[in-house]
Design a protein around this ligand. Structure first.
Ligand code: GDG
Length: 469
């Protein structure tokens, strides 16, 4: 599909690159994985509110990256406070973790205003601006007020909060009004669209149902809310999966781990990812099953994340303590049942682990989509291996042939891990993986981004034109 990507302005919290001890590297996280291939092909501008200015010095890139200069206390109240101390837990059903503080809400409004100002400055007349995620949900309405000539898309990458959860957010109505400034609002799966509809009901905002999408009239225009399931760079992962060096590295990993069965989990260290619960389920498996004690190894890649938020620092300690306990109980001089890597890997290294793994254990407690599930499937040159996936991840609505599990069901989780680790491979396993591979290929990130942008233009064409100011 043809899109107007060269005129595109992207607004997100994260920049595509970060500065680390070893230089400027690609930032971890789903949004970056999704948008980088698109922006490489376009010559637009990427506005990042949470970025490090040095990491935005990207003269060798075919697009511009602009970091906003925000005072550090505002940045912290917006990012660690309102975004990751309130909206993230609220949307993932962790009400008890939420903290609502007025000064953090003020910072959230201020950062959204600064982002809207920057987008208004960089967008060409009649241009397209695509705003991303829960950290910037007020930008669409603020930008619309400044530049009614623009076409504005918004994508919310996490679950849309249940209306009972939303009730406790002191600025719920501002949040929804902010989002409704967009022409097209994307959520991953239809059940999030239904949750959005509940929120409109709750706030008494009128809408029309149009098939699975919702249309909210807004004067001369309207906002459409639709499900646009994200995918991954399928060709990129598949070509890494066919690479001989990657395959050799995968063989070395399997041998280093003792030649038994390898289970792999890859997550940002986030309580919504269910890492501790997964480790505990694995520990129960080791208690119960002698073969697992001898032959099964769990590799947990845990990218450190949001360490300025107390709940995340505590989580990292819990993860490390749980791994230590399992090691102490079941490890020996030649056998280590769990390997925890608390660092970022490059994608070649990650692909080698995807190849080496007999099963991917993707068991978040709640997840907007989960790209790791897609990447594991996309990397495999043959339809082997198993994917264990939480019913509570958006990905479960799309990757229906995966082995599905309720991550809150402790015994169920242990026995599901046992099955994917130890049951002999059957024709049905191969058929399931082949079906998953076909599904993942259809849902490439390229299709997602170009489909969303093309739809955005369509939606805008339905409204009365407004001239640039
Ligand atoms: C949010 C939503 C939604 C991880 N470690 C390394 C690395 N990664 C990459 C993976 C994958 C991405 O990070 C993680 O994506 P997820 O989708 O699992 O999770 P979130 O970061 O929470 O993303 C999520 C997503 O947005 C997109 O809408 O699916 O539900 O929470 O791509 O490969 N990449 C590299 N090295 C690592 O060590 N290179």
């Amino acid at each position: 599909m043809k899109t107007r990507s060269p005129r595109l302005v992207i607004v997100s919290a994260r920049a595509p690159f970060v500065r680390t001890g070893s230089g400027i590297v690609r930032a971890p996280g789903g949004l970056i994985s999704a948008l980088l291939p698109l922006m490489r092909r376009s010559r637009g501008t990427w506005i990042a509110t949470g970025a490090d200015r040095e990491a935005c010095d990207t003269s060798e890139l075919p697009f511009r990256v602009r970091a906003l200069a925000l005072p550090s206390e505002i940045r912290s109240a917006w990012y660690a406070g309102a975004s990751n101390g309130a909206l993230w837990p609220l949307s993932h059903g962790f009400g008890e973790v939420c903290r609502f503080r007025a000064e953090q809400a003020r910072a959230y409004f201020e950062v959204c205003r600064a982002a809207a100002d920057a987008a208004a400055e960089y967008a060409l007349p009649g241009g397209v601006v695509w705003v991303h995620d829960y950290q910037l949900a007020l930008v669409p309405a603020l930008l619309r007020a400044r530049r009614p000539d623009l076409t504005i898309g918004f994508f919310w990458h996490i679950p849309w909060p249940a209306s009972d959860s939303l009730r406790v957010l002191p600025w719920a109505s501002e949040l929804i009004e902010g989002v409704l400034g967009a022409d097209l609002v994307g959520l991953h799966v239809p059940r999030y669209v239904r949750a959005f509809r509940d929120a409109l009901d709750e706030l008494g905002i009128a809408y029309v149902n149009d098939g699975e999408s919702i249309v909210v009239p807004r004067g001369a225009r309207h906002t459409r809310i639709e499900a646009w399931p994200i995918g991954v760079d399928v060709d990129g992962w598949a070509s890494l999966g066919r690479d001989e060096t990657v395959a050799a590295e995968a063989a070395r990993i399997t041998a280093d781990l003792g030649g038994g069965r390898v289970l792999l989990s890859v997550d940002r260290m986030d309580y919504a990812k269910g890492i501790v619960e997964r480790l505990e389920a694995f520990e129960r498996l080791l208690e119960q099953n002698a073969e697992a004690r001898e032959r099964v190894t769990l590799v947990q890649i845990g990218v450190p994340s949001r360490e300025t938020v107390p709940a995340y620092r505590e989580l990292r300690q819990r993860i490390e303590a749980t791994v230590g306990r399992i090691q102490g109980r079941f490890g020996g001089p030649r056998r280590k049942p769990v390997h925890l890597f608390a660092r970022t890997f490059d994608s070649t290294e990650l692909a080698a682990y995807y190849l080496a793994a007999d099963a991917a254990i993707v068991t978040p407690k709640r997840d907007g989509m989960n790209l790791v599930a897609f990447e594991y499937v996309a990397t495999r040159p043959r339809p082997n291996g198993r994917l264990l996936l939480s019913t509570t991840a958006g990905a479960a609505d799309v990757l229906t042939e995966a082995h599905l599990v309720n991550p809150y069901d402790e015994e169920g989780l242990t026995s599901a891990i046992e099955d994917v680790a130890l049951a002999p491979e059957t024709a049905s396993d191969i058929a399931r993986m082949a079906a998953l591979q076909a599904r993942v290929s259809q849902l490439s990130v390229e299709t997602w981004a170009s489909g969303f942008l093309a739809r955005l233009e369509q939606v805008t064409e339905e409204r009365v034109p407004v001239r640039a100011q």
